[in-house]
Design a protein around this ligand. Structure first.
Ligand code: ATP
Ligand code: MG
Length: 373
């Protein structure tokens, strides 16, 4: 396979692509599209505009509590409306790839220089992904960054004792990237890169502590769980089949409510003490704790530092009582991602930006990468 098919679909937090001008992060979620436009002015990351648009009115005939598959023509009409509505002028953008459309695996590979890795990684990827590597965008990075600079040098006719390294390999189906790219292009945007949403969320999660953390993105279609190491680099990820839409459905079924009412009850009362629907929501969230426990076990096996805190992102993080429930289930401190903390916006919006941080984490992370941050 040609080396050019190995593409940069991930970006480590520490990497920098300098770009001058404004840049838009585009997160096409299953319930809404979010965009964030940032620019660099002097040394400040300036928030120029941001906004969200619900998929519901564009998906005529869909239930409001249900998620919808992205039909490219509909999504690009929606994205165009959003860009217009918030007056986002920049044409350069980065687009998030849903974790559910990505393959992620940790594999042991011999240490080779980057050129040789370009040949080695695709052949290894083919062993665990049932799609031809020609149809994939592939990228990788070593789990322990400090080890990455020591490569084995291959000398012809001389046997080299291989040194192995743990490498995280990620791949995205070209069709997914094409569909997302088409949505952006039909909205007159030019995608500079595609990035799996976990890397964008991790970049937006640069909080003060330098310890491993769990990041839970409580979205509409699923919950995404990521383990970030002490450098905020994702080292494990899971898609957990529990999302805001399924919670709404469960509430509707259990209480015989239509989906609009069930959605309202969920958002207003959720898991708060004395909430009638708590007895429906809490059991429905159980798979999250099972998956997370498995991830914590894996973390122990990696002999990595223990996870010391939890960050929440996504719309589900606004559910009354969720912070307390996660804290008690995992016995760790929990906080919402403050994705706009590194950006400079109007003082008058300070409160709104604090509120909106968890929902816009992915879009902020994309825009930060676009600015080389
Ligand atoms: N106050 C609230 N309480 C409970 N759930 C909420 C609240 N506010 C929003 N939500 C839920 O958050 C979900 C939307 O979150 P988000 O915008 O992160 O999803 P998405 O990015 O579109 O979905 P996905 O990431 O799964 O593609 C919806 O299911 C919505 O019901
Ligand atoms: Mg999302």
């Amino acid at each position: 396979m040609d080396t050019h098919t190995v593409s940069k679909i991930i970006k480590k937090i520490s990497d920098v692509i300098p770009y001058t001008g404004s840049f838009v992060g585009v997160d096409i979620g299953s319930s809404s599209i979010k965009i964030v436009q940032l620019s660099m002015i002097d040394n400040d990351i300036v928030l120029e505009t941001y906004g969200e648009i619900s998929n519901t009115p564009y998906d005529v005939g869909q239930d409001p509590g249900k998620t919808s598959d992205a039909n490219p023509a509909i999504r690009s009409a929606e994205l165009s409306d959003l860009l217009h509505e918030v007056d986002a002028q920049s044409r350069r953008c980065g687009v998030a790839v849903p974790l559910s459309e990505s393959f992620i695996n940790v594999i042991d590979l011999p240490k080779r220089d980057p050129e040789q890795m370009l040949r080695l990684v695709p052949s290894e990827v083919q062993k665990f992904i049932p799609i031809s590597v020609d149809k994939l965008m592939i990228d990788w990075y070593p789990v322990k960054e400090e080890e990455s600079s020591v490569f084995d040098v291959l000398v012809p006719n001389k046997q080299t004792e291989a040194h192995f390294q743990k490498v995280i390999v990620v791949a995205v189906n070209n069709d997914s990237a094409y569909r997302l790219g088409q949505i952006a292009k039909d909205s007159r945007l030019t995608p500079a890169f595609f990035e799996i949403e976990m890397f964008s969320a991790a970049r937006a999660c640069i909080h003060t502590t330098e310890t491993p953390a769990l990041l839970l993105d409580l979205g509409a279609s699923s919950t995404k769980a990521y383990i970030l190491n002490e450098h905020r680099v994702p080292v494990d990820a899971r898609v957990i089949p529990v999302g805001g839409a399924s919670l709404t459905q469960e509430i509707g079924k259990a209480r015989s409510l239509d989906s609009l009412v069930a959605e309202r009850v969920k958002c207003e009362h959720g898991l708060s003490a004395g909430s009638e629907v708590r007895t429906v929501i809490e059991p429905a969230l159980a798979p999250i704790w099972t998956y997370v426990e498995q991830m914590f076990e894996e973390q122990k096996k990696r002999e990595s530092k223990p996870i010391e805190r939890v960050f929440l992102a996504g719309g589900g993080s606004y559910m009354p009582g969720i912070v307390e429930l996660v804290a008690s289930k995992l016995s760790l401190p929990v906080e919402l991602i403050r994705a706009f903390d590194r950006t400079k916006g109007p003082i008058i919006l300070e409160h709104a930006l604090r509120e909106d941080g968890p929902r816009f984490a992915v879009a902020v992370g994309l825009a930060l990468r676009g600015l080389g941050r």
